[in-house]
Write a protein that binds this ligand. Structure first.
Ligand SMILES: *Cc1c(COP(=O)(O)O)cnc(C)c1O
Length: 366
């Protein structure tokens, strides 16, 4: 069987180095707010080109904390509107509503599945204070126009970079394109920990300081609390593992790009829509390789029968979830079409050429 993602194989690629750091951390007797987190934060900041990086407990917390910090700083107020793509993993939207901010959904473009920048301006009101862009599936979304809109209306641009570490726009890394970015290091992400982990990058010192306090009970100094904060810390064990894996993220993403390029060149089936703009392959981190088919259910069953594991990212759009029942009657036809038609093929740094060619041959025979 060709697995969708062989996490064990990915992590065992770095077995000796990871085990050495794990044992050293274990033996150090220091498990939180220590040197491993500090070193990883420095390396993550350096990697993205940002001035500050903060390790937190997970990707959802990273986004929640950025928005919460803007509220504490008086830049956002409860009830303010944040623009967000209708086509995203629900965490992007949960982070907004959890802070009593109002998510304003915008349709994606079928060309890249990310927010349609041409549809942002019509959704801006006096209450709009930010745009949460999501580099979904590892496809970077940014443009001069987005920058102009954010400047014209003085909106904060927040990146949900959970799926796109290592992606670039005009040579700038995701995580350093907007005002602040949230990362997830969930095990299955391109940079995955051995459990939950997340991070934040920004060039804004006041924001970084506020986030660091909020993530640690609202405290910058032990037993002195300036905010009603939460506990959202990255632990030393996860930081140690992430620091090892960060060194290899570019090499691993390069292999994903290679596989994406082969899929795009070799999959030839009129029933299947491939990602557009193949000339941009090198910009994206290819967290997920997405195809579309009007016959998705039959295609997935066929691939399963042939031993190719696939997943659907995602089967139900956020506005159709029970969690947001007030939106259930809204219509986002492009988002709904994406959720109806997409299928994610196996892609990972440890997939062999043989496996890639086998997937292609099987799909072409569908
Ligand atoms: C994974 C993910 C998150 C949440 O990250 P967790 O670490 O699981 O909390 C947020 N947004 C997107 C787009 C994601 O893919």
């Amino acid at each position: 069987m060709i697995k969708f993602l062989d996490l064990q194989k990915i992590n065992l690629t770095h077995q000796a180095e990871i085990e050495e750091r794990l044992i050293a951390t274990f033996r150090s007797g220091w498990y939180l707010l220590g040197n491993e987190v500090k070193v990883f934060e420095e390396n993550l900041a350096k990697y993205t080109g940002s001035a500050f990086a903060i390790g937190v407990a997970n990707g959802l917390d990273a986004l929640r904390l950025i928005l919460r910090a803007y509220i504490e700083l008086g830049i956002f107020q409860k009830g303010d509107e944040i623009i967000v793509p209708a086509n995203t993993y629900i965490a992007s939207i949960l982070a907004i509503s959890d802070n009593d901010l109002v998510p304003v959904l915008v349709e994606p473009s079928l060309e890249h599945y990310n927010i349609d920048i041409d549809k942002i301006e019509e959704k801006i009101t006096e209450k709009t204070k930010g745009i949460l862009i999501v580099h979904l599936y590892g496809r970077v979304i940014f443009s001069e126009k987005l920058k102009e809109i954010s400047e014209k209306y003085q909106l904060k641009v927040i990146e949900d970079n959970a799926q796109a570490i290592g992606a670039t726009w005009k040579g700038i890394k995701t995580g350093n394109l907007g005002d602040a970015a949230g990362f997830s290091f969930y095990p299955g992400k391109n940079l995955g920990a051995l459990g939950d982990a997340g991070g934040i990058t920004t060039n804004d010192e006041a924001l970084a300081k506020t986030i660091r306090a909020l993530a640690n009970y609202g405290s910058n100094q032990k037993y002195v609390n300036i905010y009603q904060g939460l506990n959202s810390r990255l632990d030393e064990i996860q930081a140690a593992v992430l620091d090892v894996k960060l060194k290899y993220i570019d090499t691993e993403n390069d292999r994903r790009k290679e596989i994406a390029a082969i899929y795009i060149a070799e999959i030839k089936n009129p029933k299947i829509v491939l990602p557009e703009n193949p000339k941009d392959i090198a910009e994206h981190s290819w967290h997920i390789f997405l195809i579309r088919s009007e016959d998705r259910e039959a295609l997935q069953k066929y691939l399963t029968d042939k031993g190719v594991q696939t997943l659907i990212h995602y089967p139900i759009p956020p506005h159709k979830q029970q969690a947001y029942k007030e939106w259930n009657d809204l219509s986002f036809p492009i988002t709904e079409q994406i959720h109806r038609e997409v299928l994610s093929l196996p892609i990972s740094p440890v997939m062999t050429d043989e496996e890639v060619l086998s997937v292609i041959q099987i799909i072409n025979e569908f």
